[in-house]
Design a protein around this ligand. Structure first.
Ligand code: AMP
Ligand code: MG
Length: 490
């Protein structure tokens, strides 16, 4: 008997052209590798039932709930428009309403071919599945909006990616899977009714307040701009590089989605690129705000006919909304930097102070995460300077900056210990270091040893706490451990 989950299907009540219904494409021997019991609980799902053979059959895509579907979307990939992408290796099982009343999608990734698969096999390899599991859960623990990982199963089958690799399926949980590219899909077909139905659905789901605004569709656009500006500011603040900021990987919900060739900075370098397919550096760390703005302009274009019946008016409204992006992003980013520096008040000179630190870090290859973590103790006084200054190729670059910083700190009444506590709650010690992630994946894929994966996952669940015994996970790579390139793994 299939598992009993009370799935709702608000998305698949939209017209047929929004998705394709699917039959299972069973795999040989599903085996549960990891179940996120805390997330299951949050979703109101029975973890025991999910871990049962019937549950695992669903998590592998062998036994699908009625209404399962692959969703249609389009997107700009590296700037080039592709009118049809869609869930080529994913399917929506359905929606559940979680314990807080929020609607969440459950989606399988790697569950087999769909009408959107084009040349692909619809499958996923174990490495990329575990990578998404680790990094998305780490992002959640860092307090950054993200899709979540509910489960990972292996399929008992191989997938071919230049070599044979173990196949796997990830169960992803998302506030929704509506992307900028979903709007583009209908707009590119001249299907204005489709754009409108999608916008109404998105408003009901993500911007209920917009429904009663003077211009609901403009309010939706403004909502997406605000959420995405805040999101990408948070990425920068933890040193995250998404790697494939195509418009189909840009959500309406404001959650981070699609952990492909993503990576975290070790040494601070705004031009840093890891993704093997990003040869022009379009999605470099420091380019992310600019690219986001470009993506949001594509959303505005798709929504244009809904913004106003008069084209000039619609364009003016879109331009005004997009003009709000820069200031919103700057405010979120600078606000975050102030918190990272232990500043509770806003002063005009703060942007310069923060930028001076970042410049010194870039010039001296200082580790991004450890520098800010080091400042937490240094905020108590110069006795704490040894750790952060040692991260700079030329430590005197830190000393010069620290003098300015202390003058600025002294201008605020915050008690030093309270400041240190606040800084430790915003400057993580543990991020998913690329070399640690790769080592965990290699052990799992090459020798079916999941111990490193489990250990790393546990450490990353508490990124702001010192975890004696696990200090090694906080350290940057030795030169021979450095990860130079990351891959999509599709
Ligand atoms: P992504 O790079 O993961 O954002 O995927 C971009 C597009 O390629 C989406 O339409 C995916 O569904 C599709 N895709 C990626 N991998 C596969 C695969 N193995 N089989 C079929 N489609 C895929
Ligand atoms: Mg994608």
């Amino acid at each position: 008997m299939p598992v009993q989950i009370d799935f709702d299907t608000s998305y698949t009540r939209l017209p047929d052209r929004f998705f394709a219904r699917l039959e299972p494409r069973p795999v040989a021997a599903p085996r549960l590798i990891r179940l996120n019991t805390a997330l299951a609980e949050e979703l109101g799902l029975d973890a025991k039932q999910l871990a049962s053979p019937e549950g695992v059959a669903m998590l592998a895509g062998n036994d699908l709930p009625e209404g399962s579907a692959a969703l249609a979307y389009a997107g700009h990939q590296f700037g080039n428009f592709v009118p049809q992408l869609g869930d080529g290796r994913a399917l929506l099982l359905g929606e559940v309403v979680d314990r807080k009343g929020a609607r969440r999608d459950l989606q399988l990734k790697g569950s087999g071919r769909t009408p959107f698969s084009r040349g692909g096999d619809g499958r996923a390899a174990l490495g990329p599945v575990l990578r998404e599991y680790l990094v998305s859960e780490a992002m959640a623990a860092l307090g950054i909006p993200t899709t979540r990982a509910l489960a990972a199963v292996t399929t008992g089958e191989s997938v071919w990616r230049e070599t044979a690799l173990p196949g796997a399926v990830l169960t992803r949980v998302a506030a929704s899977h509506i992307r900028v590219g979903t709007f583009q899909y209908f707009a590119a077909r001249g299907d204005l009714e489709g754009v409108r139905l999608l916008a109404d659905h998105a408003i009901a789901r993500h911007d209920p307040g917009a429904a009663t605004a003077a211009n609901p569709y403009l309010a939706l656009l403004q909502g997406v701009i605000a959420r995405q500006a805040a999101l990408v500011a948070q990425w920068l603040l933890v040193g995250f590089i998404h790697g494939v900021m195509n418009t189909d990987n840009c959500t309406i919900s404001g959650e981070t989605i699609d952990y492909g060739p993503c990576a975290f900075l070790d040494a601070y370098d705004p031009a840093k690129v890891y993704s093997a397919i990003d040869q022009g550096g379009r999605y470099a760390y420091g380019n992310q705000p600019r690219i986001l703005q470009w993506n949001l302009a594509r959303l505005a274009e798709a929504l244009l006919p809904l913004l106003d019946a008069e084209e000039d008016q619609a364009l003016a409204a879109a331009r005004e909304a997009l003009a709000g992006f820069g200031p919103q992003f700057q405010a979120a980013w600078l606000g975050g930097l102030r918190r990272k520096l232990g500043l509770a008040e806003a002063r005009p000179e703060d942007a310069d102070l923060a930028q001076a630190l970042l410049t010194a870090m870039a010039e001296n290859a200082a580790d991004y995460t450890l520098t800010f973590r080091g400042l937490c103790d240094a905020a108590l006084g110069p006795a704490g300077d040894a750790a952060p200054r040692a991260l700079f190729a030329d430590p005197t670059a830190y000393d010069a900056w620290a003098i300015r910083w202390r003058e600025r700190l002294a201008a605020e009444p915050t008690a030093p210990e309270a400041r240190r506590i606040a800084m430790r709650a915003t400057n993580p010690l543990f991020i998913p270091r690329n070399h640690r992630v790769e080592a965990a994946l290699a052990a799992a894929v090459e020798t079916e040893d999941f111990q490193l994966f489990e250990e790393l996952l546990a450490v990353l669940a508490r990124p702001f706490e010192d975890q004696p015994g696990f200090t090694r996970y906080s350290l940057p790579p030795e030169p021979d451990e450095q990860v130079l390139r990351t891959f999509c793994g599709t």
